[in-house]
Design a protein around this ligand. Structure first.
Ligand code: ADP
Length: 208
């Protein structure tokens, strides 16, 4: 049975390897079973233009991408995704689940790269037409745990290493305080099933 009967915009955030994709997939399956219409979007990517930007952003390269270029490309991709895949779905009453959204720019390009946070917040507002998630699940693990879990060849940003991931995590913790109304911090060391259970309870509570 449908649990919501209204649109809802949920984002998942956290450092690489925290378990976002695992939870996003479990949640999408749950929505499918409960009869709720839900659409998954992943950043950066999601439309043809976004996938082309993703390729430029993430491929390992010999030349060095400027931090500002990285921030602008990330937010350019987000602007396209917001317009093409998020705003219209929400208007149609569809639940949108985002595997990363605007907070990733603040955490990675702000916390990780050291770009000005206020400027990035403004840039994000512009890119997202002022849209905020209703709920943001921050799955929190230490940089040690994240890198222990990570397997396969890292992309350009994942390959930045341990100290970078630490700074990203610290910025997420600040964001959780800054946007405490929409943030739900989840202990990412719990089992995937337990985390999923906690997330589902929060979503059910939100509709009340
Ligand atoms: P992310 O999308 O945040 O990078 P993933 O969901 O891909 O993270 O998970 C990274 C790795 O950690 C995968 O091998 C996954 O099976 C494992 N994993 C996910 N959630 C948990 C958890 N709660 N406890 C232990 N390992 C986990």
């Amino acid at each position: 049975m449908s649990i919501l009967n209204k649109s809802l915009f949920i984002s998942f955030e956290g450092i690489d390897g925290c378990g976002k994709s695992t939870q996003v997939n479990m949640l999408m399956e749950k929505f499918l079973k409960s009869g709720d219409k839900a659409r998954l979007v992943r950043e950066p990517g999601g439309t043809k233009i976004c996938e082309e930007i993703r390729e430029v952003l993430l491929k390992n390269r010999d030349d060095v991408m400027a931090d500002r270029t990285e921030a602008l490309l990330m937010t350019a991709s987000r602007a396209q995704l917001t317009k093409d895949c998020i705003l219209n779905q929400l208007e149609d009453g569809i639940i949108v689940v985002a595997d990363r959204f605007k907070d990733s720019t603040i955490a990675y390009q702000g916390g990780g790269r050291g770009l000005d946070i206020d400027y990035l917040l403004n840039l994000n507002e512009f890119a997202t037409y002022g849209l905020d998630p209703d709920i943001t699940f921050f799955i929190d693990v230490t940089a040690e745990e994240g890198s222990r879990r990570h397997s396969g060849k890292p992309d350009r940003i994942e390959g930045e290493g341990f100290d970078f991931q630490k700074k990203v995590r610290e910025q997420y913790i600040k964001l959780a305080h800054m946007f405490s109304k929409r943030y739900i911090v989840i202990d990412g060391t719990l089992s995937p099933d337990k985390i999923h259970q906690l997330i589902w309870i929060e979503i059910q509570n939100w509709k009340k």
